[in-house]
Ligand binder design. Structure first.
Ligand code: HEC
Length: 132
């Protein structure tokens, strides 16, 4: 890891992209779980990555329901219900309740990846979405 990366991570940890107390609280929790850097690029890659479905069906990704661009609305892949944009810039109500963030990370990671997301993965995704 080079010094430039550490400086950038330091800037992210200091939190200019942080737009709510809830996001700040989540970052504090991730830090307590050992996360020292957050990487929006890694978050974006994970957000777009396709994971094999254990049941043998189609590949799954976060974008299945949230759409390929976080600033646009999504649509639930099963129910067809609209989902408001995930980007904080497009939806000021995003990430305002730590309980909601934890609940949906758990549920959606299980559905998409077949397992829970690590604190590092959640931190990367959250820094990505909150910087969009
Ligand atoms: C099967 C559909 C579906 C998939 C796939 C999905 N989500 Fe979601 N997600 C939802 C729904 C529905 C909500 C709740 C409605 C809302 O907040 O607009 C939600 C909400 C969330 C929230 C809470 C946002 C907030 O404002 O607090 C997070 C975080 C989240 N999803 C992360 C993810 C991640 C990470 C992935 C991929 C690992 C993912 N989602 C994949 C349907 C999905």
């Amino acid at each position: 890891m080079n010094a430039g990366y550490l400086v950038l991570a330091g800037v992210l940890l200091a939190g200019p992209a942080v737009s709510s107390d809830a996001i700040q609280q989540m970052f504090d929790e991730y830090r307590q779980q050992g996360v020292t850097t957050m990487n929006a690029q890694a978050g974006k890659a994970l957000w777009e990555r396709e994971f094999p479905n254990k049941g043998g069906g189609q590949l799954r990704s976060c974008t299945d329901c949230h759409g390929s661009r976080p600033e646009n609305p999504g649509k639930h892949v099963r129910t067809g219900k609209p989902i408001e944009p995930m980007a904080v810039s497009a939806n000021g109500k995003r990430f305002s309740d730590p309980g909601k963030i934890r609940k949906w990370f758990k549920r959606n990671c299980k559905w998409t990846l077949g397992r829970e997301c690590s604190a590092q993965e959640q931190a990367d995704i959250l820094v990505f979405l909150s910087s969009q």
